[in-house]
Write a protein that binds this ligand. Structure first.
Ligand code: DQA
Length: 150
């Protein structure tokens, strides 16, 4: 049976393509979903792709990943990266490999973006590759969970 990974997106990422394109680029979230789907397919992975603007909803989806026995999680927690102990706790309880991804290089931006709660649990962090970072994050996770390119 194919392994499933969850690709999760936090607040305001539904506005990709419109939101500060000079920072986040022109791709929409639908484009990102297609890119992630194509990458997963290369590695024979099934994908659940979700976005929510609501912290508690993200917590519930993360718990669902554990219940559904997902193989790992790629997450762009967006602004909750810098604020959310609840998302850190949810990711921790899954005991799944977590890859944190940011479209921008958060370390070049305002000081409040330099701290990440999620990094406490993430196996790896990808930042500054634009939306291509999602594909790179999935490739890294695939290697971690032993999914080979077809
Ligand atoms: C982001 C960086 C965060 O600081 C910001 O709040 C976001 C997007 C990124 O992908 O670069 O919403 O996670």
């Amino acid at each position: 049976m194919a392994q499933t990974i969850y690709v999760l997106n936090g607040p305001n990422l539904n506005m990709l393509g419109v939101r500060e394109p000079e920072k986040y680029g022109a791709a929409t979230l639908a484009d990102v979903e297609r890119l992630c789907g194509d990458t997963c397919k290369r590695f024979g992975l099934d994908m659940v792709f979700r976005q929510s603007n609501i912290e508690g909803e993200l917590v519930t989806i993360i718990q669902e990943a554990r219940l559904k026995k997902a193989a790992g999680i790629v997450i762009n927690p967006a602004a909750y990266t810098h604020t959310s102990v609840a998302i850190l706790d949810a990711l921790t309880l899954t005991e799944l490999p977590v890859i944190e991804i940011h479209i921008t290089n958060v370390h070049q931006r305002e000081p409040f973006r330099h701290h990440s709660y999620v990094s406490k649990v993430a196996k790896a962090v990808m930042a500054g590759f634009g939306v291509q970072g999602y594909s790179l994050a999935i490739q890294g996770l695939a290697a971690m969970i032993g999914a080979k390119e077809k």
